[in-house]
Structure formats: C-alpha cells, structure tokens
Design a protein around this ligand. Sequence first.
Ligand code: ADP
Length: 259
Amino acid sequence: MSERLATVDNDFLMQENFSLKQQLKTKEQLLQQKSEELQSYLYTVAHELKTPIISMRGYTMLLQEFYLANLDGEIRNYLERIVTNLDQMDDLIINLIDYTRIDVNADECEQVNTIDLLHEALEELEFLMHQKDYEIKISPDLPTVFSKRNLMLRVFTNLLNNAIKYSKDSEHPVIEVGYAPGEIFHKLYVKDNGVGIAHSDLDKIFQIFGRLKNKKNTKGCGLGLVITKRIIEKHGGEIWVESSRGKGSTFFFTLPRRT
Ligand code: ADP
C-alpha cells in the first residue's frame, strides 16, 4: 500500500515539475517576444527622429551661411549651441540604432586577434590622446577570441575611449589591457587610474543613459557601456567593473573559449 502511495506521489511530482517547466518556457518566450517588440519600436522611433534633425541642421546651416554677417554675437552663440545639440542628438540616435541591431550568429564569427583589435582601436582614438602623455600597457599574451570582428572592435574602442576620457585629469594617466586565461572563458580587462566610480553608482553605469552627474563636461551620450554589455552578452560572456572614486576603474569581461 505504502509503495503504491510513493509511486503516486512520484508521478504527481513529475507532472508538477513538467508543468512548471512548461510555464517557465512560455514565460521566457513571451519575454523574448516583448523584448523583440521593444527593440523594433526603439529602432523605428530612432529612425523617425533622423528626418527632423536633418531638416533642423539644414535650416541652421542656411541661417549661418546667409545671415551670419548680420547677426549679433548672442544670436551666433545661440546658433552654435543649436548645432552642438544637434550633434549630440545625432550621436544618440546613431547609438540607439546600433544598439537595436546588435546580433551575433556563430556563422558570422571568426578567430579574432585581440592585439590587432587593440591597436586598431587605439589608432581610432589617437586624437583624444594629444593633450596628455598616456602610458598604455598591453599584456603580450592577449588571446585570439571567437567573435564578430566589428563588434569586438567596438568593445575595445568603447572601453578604451572611456579609460582615456576619464583619466585625462590624472597627473600621469596609465591604461592597462590585460588577460587572465581560464579553462572555459577568456578573461580580459581594461584598467585606468582615472577618476573612478563611487560604489553607489556602480550599478547605474550599465543602464541605458547611465551617465553620472559628475561627468557632465565630458563628451558622451551614456550608451557606450550599454552597447558594450550587449555585445559581450550576445557572445555568451559577462562584463563588470571594479572601481572606487578617485582610485581608477577596471572593466573585466569574459568570452567563451572556442577553438
Ligand atoms: P558615456 O558616453 O557617458 O561615457 P558610457 O555608457 O560609456 O557613457 O559610460 C556610462 C558612465 O559610466 C559614464 O558617463 C561615466 O560616468 C562612467 N564611466 C564609464 N567608464 C568609466 C571609467 N573608465 N572611469 C570612470 N567612469 C566611467
């Protein structure tokens, strides 16, 4: 009798388990669908905003071209501010569109030499390093990672761009790119000795438009790390930061090893 009860209990538990798994799967699919809808909405909005911006830029240029000589200093100043704000909006929209388009399929990936990527990224960012003598340290054992090349270049460009921007006021800015091999994941890091991030702000910076208040006079639109995180996660990795105010920051990221 008790043996039969145990079998019935077991059957019941298995059915419960199965039904819970089904419910979880349906919820996951629903979430995925909602997230895709949101991406597509974001893409459409960002795309639609491009047209009025082009038009505003056109009218501003006309004003500057034909009326600049007759305009007083204050109006010229206003026009310059409009152009600066238009540039910021442009930057924002381009980054939003890029964010919605990030996707990684294995057949688009290849073995990418990260030392080459790093040099390419540094070349792109050279213009930011003219005013200060930056010391760049690169670990000689940086790995080859199985990834989508253009997206991985973006990861390095974004992290180095921030390291350069946020250490520009250090007496002797040092940026280090390093590597810690692992059995399942490669672990890389980008470290700087810049302004650092307060402990209470660490969770904000990977959120959309997560610019911190004290960074107002540094150029940026608050999407760089969101884009970087999405690229890393689409490759099956993770990203996090260790930092404290005034003590520099180290951004770590992992990528699965694939041969
Ligand atoms: P932004 O365009 O503002 O640089 P990001 O998404 O790249 O946008 O970064 C979000 C915020 O995280 C920045 O505004 C800055 O406050 C902080 N941050 C990012 N990288 C660093 C760093 N290396 N050192 C200090 N703060 C950083």
